[in-house]
Design a protein around this ligand. Structure first.
Ligand SMILES: Cc1cc2nc3c(=O)[nH]c(=O)nc-3n(C[C@H](O)[C@H](O)[C@H](O)COP(=O)(O)O)c2cc1C
Length: 367
């Protein structure tokens, strides 16, 4: 440990880790764990929290890890801690994804107001799954959100649609994929059995997963309940299963898509995650509700890059077609990767907060 490192107090390291702990993650599965040795934080993907069918290549886990890493970085900047983030070659769960080294060297007091503001929002931000009022977000606010996306990672770009016909079109496309997710037995089981916490007690017990109460919209909660059994899904007409997404999108202000050039890779999804974290925080600071709507990019990785393993030919074709049509809506070419879709909306702030695992669960301290 260097002299500079030894000057970093454990309470500062804990504040940085706490910001990471509160990061958003897909299905709230918090797929991270860290070891702390002196002032060095080694960040790992947690295999027990990165094993969903949706996530064939850990692309989803890496998006969430990007959010985790960005929260750590925001905390360092806001606390005036000099830090070096070194991304690592990753070939399996034994490898760290990244190493963050803190020190109290020169420059430690250059704290930017914008990082301070984002850091303040780490505790209060949350996913907003409520219907919006459909009002367009003004150009100045949208510019701030685009800047938040770009400020985390060079090369991640946000495209948005707000025209009612375009929102309806992307809603229909993603609605087809959402239906497929319910009809596919394994995907249904993972979502309805593994991800959703149906009672407050279950949410408290695991401190992860999607607490059904965080959906907050009574209509949506009832329809999730009605589709809890796979047999009920199979008995429900296609048009009913596909209708929820366009209905929700029509209440949104904008539908956004994050993309980058090049083929999809874990590194690119991680970069997107860093932008997603900043977008979430910036949106919270501007009173804009944000809800990722993400299953298509991950299923597309399986369909296009892993031979569609686990899907029927028909399911695979449906995913490829949905991806191609969504690209048209957002003007994204075949050589680019789509990394995330999300809704941006104006609606009241949700009241129920998602839970997180404790620092003790995710941090191993090494001598
Ligand atoms: C990469 C990623 C993908 C997500 N995908 C979805 C999604 O498809 N639908 C959704 O409602 N929320 C989605 N979320 C939001 C998470 O479910 C949410 O962050 C998590 O449950 C923690 O809750 P919080 O954001 O309110 O703190 C996603 C979040 C991330 C970071």
């Amino acid at each position: 440990m260097s002299e500079a490192n030894s000057a970093i107090g454990s309470e500062v390291i804990d504040q940085v880790l706490e910001a990471g702990r509160l990061a958003p993650s897909a299905a709230n599965n918090q797929p991270w764990k860290v070891t702390v040795q002196g002032a060095q934080i080694r960040i790992y993907a947690d295999p027990e929290h990165s094993n969903s069918f949706v996530d064939i290549d850990q692309t989803m886990a890496f998006t969430s890890l990007g959010c985790f890493i960005e929260h750590l970085v925001i905390a360092c900047r806001a606390l005036g801690v000099v830090h070096t983030l070194s991304m690592q070659q990753w070939s399996g769960f034994a490898d760290p994804v990244a190493i963050l080294t803190l020190s109290s060297g020169s420059g430690a007091r250059m704290i930017s107001g914008s990082d301070q503001r984002l850091f303040d929002l780490v505790r209060t931000r949350c996913t907003n799954r409520l219907p919006g009022d459909g009002r367009i977000i003004d150009a100045g606010t949208m510019k701030s959100l685009s800047e938040a996306v770009a400020s985390a990672e060079v090369g991640i770009r946000i495209s948005t649609v707000s025209d009612p016909d375009e929102k309806a079109r992307i809603g229909r496309i993603l609605g087809r994929v959402d239906r497929l997710r319910m009809v596919h037995r394994q995907l249904h089981e993972q979502m309805f059995k593994d991800e959703i916490r149906w009672t407050e007690e279950d949410a408290e017990l695991s401190n992860d997963g999607v607490d059904i109460r965080t959906v907050e919209d009574e209509v949506a909660i009832r329809s999730y309940g009605a589709l809890r059994s796979h047999d009920a899904v199979l008995a429900t007409p296609r048009e009913v299963l596909e209708a929820g997404t366009p209905a929700m999108f029509s209440t949104s202000s904008h539908i956004a898509c994050l993309s980058t050039s090049g083929a999809p890779s874990r590194e690119r999804f991680l970069a997107a995650g860093r932008s997603v974290a900043r977008l979430f925080l910036a949106a919270a600071g501007l009173d804009i509700g944000m809800q990722p709507w993400t299953v298509l990019p991950y299923l597309h990785v399986r369909a296009a890059h892993h031979g569609g393993i686990g899907f029927s030919r028909e399911e695979c074709d449906a995913i490829l077609a949905a991806d191609a049509e969504a690209r048209q809506v957002f003007g994204i070419g075949p050589a680019e990767s789509i990394l995330l879709y999300c809704r941006l909306s104006r609606s009241r702030a949700p009241k129920v907060k998602a839970r997180r695992r404790t620092l003790q669960c995710i941090v191993k301290r090494e001598p």
